[in-house]
Design a protein around this ligand. Structure first.
Ligand SMILES: Cc1cc2nc3c(=O)[nH]c(=O)nc-3n(C[C@H](O)[C@H](O)[C@H](O)COP(=O)(O)O)c2cc1C
Length: 338
């Protein structure tokens, strides 16, 4: 079947406009593959430190692993110094299966910004130009940037910064409509994303507070962006990705998943995490994901509490499915009473 190309980043062709946002502690191959199976046009990996890559840190190197089925995929690096950033980009370019190298200019946490990395760059378009140009020069894969709109409300240089990326040879920018100081508070300002879109020719991906397929449509229409990036709304809810893809394609809304469907995907997620990290780490990591998969299901509190104390995969599975059996029995009873 011929695949229609909707969005192109450098030489990388995406089959739709929906991108899974990079999320540290979440976007490893287990979740990325699920997002891909739910149709995401592009998936982004969690950020990796340039210095950790160069030091050969085992955990960081393992974060560079890309399964063939996840492609196209974007690997994100962060750093504050030109030399290490470029060397790390070269490593990713030569030794990984990623399609795109993304530079993080949005991370707001002090540990990162103190090292002149992440959102710190947003105060200095010249630095952005130099760093991106040096990276683009050194690698073959397309280089993109993910940024916030500015440092604080007095320092919003989104347009200057995006122009610097474009002049430096960057292939796309993703813009999260918040400042660094906002962290995750307040509302993402999509009007600044529109200003960025109106100022550059390379693709712009809009990000921040897209919680429904209709909001994704609104971001595309109001900001005029080339693609939408979805983060928190996909946590425990990869259905949101395919619902958005379908809605953008033909304006229809796919059904919400049943609790059993949610638990089935939750278990696929856990089993993939186990393959990746071993049962002990995976079951611990799964606590937050299970809470996300359970969100919105009536009476989920008890199950969450239980899962937070489990160490084994089979305990998690037994509890989730016992919960679903109970819900289904309740529903059947309610229906028969009508
Ligand atoms: C748990 C979590 C981890 C994140 N990690 C990263 C990261 O590694 N790199 C990055 O550029 N942004 C990161 N972000 C920011 C998201 O990519 C995105 O910009 C932000 O959540 C806003 O989009 P949303 O409203 O769709 O969630 C993270 C966000 C969350 C919630």
């Amino acid at each position: 079947m011929e695949v229609k190309i909707i969005l192109k980043i450098g030489n990388v062709e995406l089959k739709n406009q929906v991108v899974l946002a990079p999320m540290a502690g979440v976007c490893n191959p287990a979740f990325r593959l699920i997002a891909k199976e739910f149709g995401a046009g592009l998936v982004c990996a969690e950020m990796v430190s340039d210095k950790a890559i160069l030091q050969g840190n085992e955990r960081s190197l393992s974060m560079l692993y890309v399964d063939e089925r996840e492609k196209p995929l974007s690997l994100q690096i962060f750093g504050g110094e030109r030399e290490t950033l470029v060397e790390a980009a070269k490593f990713v370019d030569k030794h990984t299966n990623a399609d795109i190298i993304d530079i993080n200019m949005g991370c707001p946490v002090p540990k990162i910004t103190k090292c002149d990395a992440g959102a710190r760059w947003l105060l200095d378009p010249n630095k952005i130009y130099e760093m991106v140009a040096a990276t683009v020069e050194a690698v073959d894969k397309p280089v993109t940037v993910k940024m916030r709109i500015g440092w604080d409300s007095d320092h919003i240089y989104a347009v200057e910064n995006a122009r610097a990326v474009e002049r430096a040879g960057g292939s796309a920018v993703a813009v999260h409509g918040r400042t660094r100081v906002q962290m995750y508070e307040g509302k993402a300002d999509w009007s600044i994303i529109k200003e960025v879109k109106d100022s550059i020719k390379i693709p712009v991906i809009g990000n921040g507070d897209i919680t429904t397929p209709q909001e994704a449509r609104r971001m595309l229409d109001e900001a005029g962006v080339d693609g939408v990036m979805i983060g928190r709304a996909a946590l425990g809810n990869p259905w949101m990705l395919y619902q958005t893809i379908q809605y953008l394609e033909n304006g229809t809304l796919a059904d919400e998943p049943t609790p059993r469907e949610k638990m089935d995907v939750c278990m696929v997620h856990l089993d993939r995490l186990i393959k990746l990290k071993g049962e002990n780490v995976a079951v611990h990591e799964m606590r937050k994901h299970a809470a996300w998969y359970l969100k919105g299901i009536r009476g989920n509190g008890r199950v969450r509490d239980k899962i937070n104390n489990f160490e084994s995969r089979d305990d998690v599975a037994a509890t989730l499915y016992a919960f679903v059996d109970e819900l289904e029995a309740q529903k059947a009873e309610e229906l028969s009473a009508v």
